[in-house]
Design a protein around this ligand. Structure first.
Ligand code: 2DT
Ligand code: MG
Length: 212
């Protein structure tokens, strides 16, 4: 058989407002994939376990104050510090389901008024997702779900600005799933599109870098 190419995993990113259901759907998705015999892992950004991640966490919980540009670069650094591990995992066949990525980085910082191109620049060269799924819910509906914690950004007025910034970033390749549907329906739709994506990657779709 000799020449069979190792098949790689898929890099799948879920984006959306706070309380859009990303985190629950990400873990359900990983369980589903594993049940299908597809090796998968749940990742999230910010990854609060690293040193940089702890600075981010302190900022989000309002125990530290940082300039908007500074925190933006820390969020980006938090992705850069995981980049090589991410690449290794994908190349060894692991599918990664990622709860937030560079799109959150750009949407949340530009919602504070930072220039969008400036926000995108430090993300250049990170691995590009094979698929971005946007869990679509209006800021009002999301707020009605309750459970906003006390973290910075978890306020309706700010979430409205984030929604606008996501819509600027949005491109035709994104899969939009209506996040207001019953959880099981969202889950089914995600399973379908993610399985397709995993198949494409197995067939040899090349790994790209941002912003492509
Ligand atoms: P969680 O509630 O998902 O832990 O996110 N954020 C996230 C940014 O401002 N920039 C980023 O690059 C990322 C990944 C979104 C915590 C908050 O951090 C915001 C919500
Ligand atoms: Mg949150």
């Amino acid at each position: 058989e000799g020449n069979k190419m190792e098949s790689r995993g898929a890099l799948v990113v879920l984006e959306g407002l706070d309380r859009s259901g990303k985190s629950s759907q990400c873990s359900r998705l990983v369980s589903f994939l594993e049940g299908q015999g597809i090796s998968a892992e749940l990742w999230r950004f910010p990854d609060r376990t690293t040193n940089v991640g702890q600075m981010i966490s302190a900022y989000l919980s309002n125990t530290s104050q940082l300039d908007d540009h500074t925190i933006h670069l820390l969020f980006s650094a938090n992705r850069w510090e995981k980049r090589s591990l991410m690449e290794t995992k994908l190349k060894t066949g692991k599918t990664l389901i990622v709860d937030r990525y560079s799109y959150s980085g750009v949407a949340f910082s530009s919602a504070k008024g930072l220039d969008i191109e400036w926000c995108k620049a430090p993300e250049i060269g990170l691995l590009a997702p094979d698929m971005v799924v946007y869990l679509d819910i209006s800021p009002e509906k999301a707020a009605e779900r309750g459970g906003y914690g006390g973290e910075r950004y978890e306020k309706l007025e700010f979430q409205k600005k984030v929604a606008d910034c996501y819509s600027v970033l949005h491109d035709v390749s994104w899969k939009v799933v209506d996040g207001c549907q019953p959880m099981e329906d969202v889950e089914k739709q995600l399973q379908e599109i993610v399985l397709d994506c995993v198949t494409e990657c197995r067939k040899g779709k090349l790994l790209a870098t941002l912003w492509s």
